[in-house]
Structure formats: C-alpha cells, structure tokens
Write a new protein. Structure first.
Length: 108
C-alpha cells in the first residue's frame, strides 16, 4: 500500500463520515454503535468491503421515508449486525478458533 492509497483511503473515510454526520441524531447514535460492534467483532474484510457505506445508504433511505431508525433495524442492534455478517468470517470466529485449539498446536 503506497502513500497515494493511504491518502485516497482517508479521503473516502472523511466523505463517509460526513454522510454519517448529516444523519439525524438518533441515526448517528445507532450508526456509531453498529460501527463499534463491527470494529470489535465484525467481519475480517470490513474495511475492504462496502458494508458501512451500505448501512449509511440504508439509513439515508429510512430518513427520506420518514422512518425512525428503530423501525428499520429493530430494538436489538447486535442482532441486526449479526444478521448482516452471518455468512462472513468475523474476528470473533478467529478468536473462538484460537481458544478452542489444543495447547501446543500451531495454526496452519
């Protein structure tokens, strides 16, 4: 990864966060919780994909339709997040595998 890639990545991230800041307060709060959840246990390819920007798209559509954020995702943010990444390998999966291996065995 070169300097140009880093600069471009920062530009994209800033543009993404500007879209988040334009959301109503309740949507921003839920987005931050989703983001924290994904950064902690989310999919391994989170930063390579478009999951977070897809959530912002979904939220923008909800705002335009006049819906509350909980009408879109339900009351359980973690369940919503888990459903989004149910078919993806997560950091939680990697951790679970590492602690379930027998002591003294190396990862292949």
């Amino acid at each position: 990864m070169g300097i140009q890639d880093i600069v471009e990545g920062k530009k994209q991230w800033r543009a993404h966060m500007a879209r988040v800041k334009a959301l109503p307060p309740d949507y921003r709060i839920v987005y931050r919780e989703i983001q924290k959840y994904f950064f902690k246990v989310g999919p391994v390819d989170l930063l390579d994909g478009n999951l977070l920007s897809g959530i912002v798209d979904f939220f923008e559509e909800g705002v335009a339709a006049g819906k509350g954020v909980l009408q879109l995702i339900g009351n359980d943010v973690a369940a919503f997040c888990d459903d989004l990444v149910k078919d993806s390998r997560t950091y939680a999966d990697i951790y679970q595998e590492s602690i379930s291996r027998k002591p003294g065995t190396a990862e292949k």
